[in-house]
Design a protein around this ligand. Structure first.
Ligand code: GAL
Length: 680
């Protein structure tokens, strides 16, 4: 059999393939249709465990052999699943201790999927044994291009409070703290008589009479993300040993609270992401743009794979709208515009039975003479002609800071306000940048800040002293930061940094905060920013100037006349502080001023509303300007004369007409007309 290439020299196209749900006659048709549709890769066997190991230790790979051979014959590469995402029913019967447990003790039973406790050594032992078999059997198969480990780790079960988890948590804590004194200190157990005298007393934060210890909850979040990562790593260890030549990935959910992707990314050879924008959410394309920037950033700028998206509707929201004409194509190109080198779907053929039978597929129930299948085919054909985009990268001068520990800690209970949510905060900072076509990366507090001109820090509640010092150095060295309220409040163990909030950033920002004044639901506070007037919601606070100047003041309420936005020159840089959630136009002004001060230029200077612009660059100076019309009606975009749209759009007298949901990819030969992004 001929080796099927899975080279980085094309934009790959394909989807999840679940042939075990179909008789063999259908497989013949699948191969023909895949070829006709331009499919270059499929993810195979993700939920195949019960069919390859019908009884413990008894393996039957005949159907996988057959499908792998057929796919090789059809020149379709395979991202072969390790099949461990959902254990067969026998595991629960023989080993009920492998089942996940909720914080109140409820056991989650088999009958759906992902019914395993990530801490279970028994689950891990069976999983690793299966992976060993798969690696030995298919390592040299000509269709094998990539290993797809597990599936969407933590999608349904991310926190399990089983006895295995209790033991795993204790071992993890011993490793982190060394001795009980250190744990007692970090967890502030002098409070509420929580002091531990023996390791056996330490438990996961199970349902308790009132607020459980926040440091314990935070550590359990960390432990649980690491427990999932350990499941992944155990499989990867086998794969790297038996098939070192085959890259490994797992499909990440994007901005997914339970799993700290900054810790995962170094263990992936290529980042893969599943994206399900909601057609009923008018800002869905902005939310996914952030997720795509995150996926690119955790992979250090390398191209990533859009591993799953829906060809049209999903089945798991309350109301599942189909994608409108052109929307699937637009959103696919959006992923490419943000750095994806593969467009894949869930799934190839729409299931006949099971919980996902109303989830759209590349081959719908109604067959190939359908709107959805035609759109899939057309995109497959188009992507086949866009090989030159593969491997190109995006540069950004701005980074948005995100940290999972801080996210977890921020959303614990008993805070000044329960309304401050991390992803909403990120969205309110990212949206104006997106609207201004400013390219952004996502950076962790420990990441390389030096490559950016401006770092935006949306409500980063937890910040270690060391990371605060790095941020300060970044500013002193000429960087610009915007820090929003309730940042830098606590250390890694959720203990307040003393000395006035946010103590480790006070010198950087030239302010200190005496008291928080969160706003009530629907309450607004007036803001005066130079000549601009507007409102803030969610939060206000008593800010004291300690070197900074006030660029906006509260115009109403108890804090009227006091600073609401401040600006502080420090060293060669500038630090801006925002003490409320300004309404969008004001937030846009604050960000625009910071961008201007920092010398950050947008990707395109003047675009109609709703038109997104990004740029990808090759090492050889080739540049591609992506223009995506998410807005209403046809948009007119000014381009350099002679510009050439790879998708065949019309450019008349330097004007490109971009239809509603239209896309253009403009080839620019090293012109770098506007963006200043630093290549990475
Ligand atoms: C993903 C999952 C797939 C399928 C899909 C449906 O979360 O990985 O197996 O369930 O959702 O949207």
């Amino acid at each position: 059999m001929k080796q099927v290439p899975f080279a980085a020299d094309r934009i790959h196209f394909g989807g999840d393939y679940n042939p075990e749900q179909w008789p063999r006659e259908v497989w013949d048709e699948d191969m023909r249709l895949m070829r006709e549709s331009g499919v270059s890769i499929v993810s195979l066997g993700i939920f195949g465990w019960a069919q390859v190991e019908p009884r413990p230790g008894e393996y039957d790979f005949a159907w996988v052999d057959d499908v792998m051979d057929r796919l090789a014959g059809a020149e379709v590469a395979v991202s072969l699943a390790t099949m461990t995402a959902s254990p067969p029913p026998w595991m629960a019967r023989l080993h009920p201790e492998t089942l996940p447990v909720r914080e109140d003790g409820t056991v989650l039973h088999p009958g759906a999927r992902q019914h395993y406790c990530p801490s279970s050594p028994v689950y891990r032992r069976y999983a690793v044994a299966l992976v060993e078999r798969l690696a030995e059997r298919y390592g040299d198969h000509p269709a094998l291009a990539l290993w797809h480990v597990g599936n969407e780790y933590g999608c349904h079960v991310s926190l399990s409070y089983s006895y295995a988890a209790e033991e795993g948590f204790r071992a993890w804590l011993r490793e982190r703290y060394g001795d009980l004194d250190a744990l007692n200190d970090a967890w502030s157990t002098a409070f509420w008589s929580q002091r531990y005298g023996d390791w056996e007393e330490v438990q996961p934060p199970r349902t308790a009479p009132t607020f459980p210890n926040p440091a314990q909850q935070l550590d359990f979040r960390r432990y649980s993300s690491d427990a999932l990562l350990a499941c992944y790593a155990a499989e990867v260890e086998v794969l790297r040993r038996v098939t070192p030549q085959v890259p490994v990935t797992t499909n990440l959910l994007g901005v997914w609270k339970p799993v700290d992707y900054f810790r995962w990314a170094p263990q992936l050879d290529v980042v893969s992401h599943d994206s399900y924008p909601d057609p009923n959410d008018p800002e869905t394309h902005v939310r996914v743009a952030f997720a795509y920037d995150l996926m690119r950033s955790i992979g250090d700028g390398a191209p990533w794979l859009l591993m799953e998206q829906a060809p049209s509707a999903v089945n798991w929201r309350r109301r599942n709208a189909p994608k409108r004409d052109g929307q699937m194509r637009l959103w696919s190109y959006q992923a490419i515009a943000h750095g994806a080198d593969a467009i894949m779907y869930f799934q190839w053929r729409q299931s006949r039975g099971g919980a996902e039978k109303f989830h759209s597929a590349m081959v719908p129930h109604a067959g190939t003479d359908t709107r959805v299948h035609r759109a899939v085919r057309e995109l497959g054909r188009e992507l086949d002609g866009l090989a030159e985009l593969a491997g190109t990268r995006t540069a950004a001068d701005v980074a948005v800071m995100l940290d999972w520990s801080s996210w977890w800690a921020l959303e614990l209970e008993s805070h000044p306000s329960a309304d401050l949510l991390q992803m909403e905060a990120v969205h309110e900072h990212y949206l104006p940048l997106w609207e201004a076509n400013v390219a952004c990366d996502v950076v962790s507090p420990g990441g390389d800040l030096g490559r950016y001109r401006l770092v935006v820090v949306p409500n980063l509640y937890l910040l270690s002293g060391a990371d605060a010092a790095r941020l300060d150095r970044f500013v002193r060295d000429g960087g610009h930061v915007i820090v929003s309220f309730f940042s830098g409040i606590v250390d890694e163990a959720d203990r307040v940094h003393l000395g006035g909030y946010p103590a480790p950033l006070c010198e950087t920002l030239g302010i200190s905060v005496e008291e928080h004044w969160p706003l009530d639901d629907g309450e607004e506070v007036a803001l005066e920013l130079g000549d601009e007037r507007g409102t803030g919601t969610l939060w206000s606070e008593h800010v004291r100037l300690e070197g900074a100047e006030a660029v906006a003041v509260f115009g109403s309420g108890e804090l009227a006349g006091r600073p609401a936005v401040t600006r502080h020159g420090r060293g060669r840089g500038v630090a801006t502080y925002v003490a409320t959630r300004p309404e969008r136009p004001l937030m846009a002004s604050i960000l625009a001023r910071a961008c201007a001060d920092a010398g950050v230029a947008p990707v395109h200077l003047s675009l109609p509303p709703g038109v997104e612009a990004t740029r990808r660059r090759g090492d050889d100076g080739r540049e591609y300007l992506f223009l995506l019309n998410h807005g209403r009606g046809t948009a007119e975009v000014a381009l350099a004369p002679g510009a050439d749209d790879l998708l065949g759009g019309r450019v008349d007298d330097g004007t490109l007409l971009l239809e509603e949901r239209g896309v253009a990819i403009v080839r620019e030969q090293g012109s770098a007309t506007t963006a200043q992004g630093r290549p990475r």
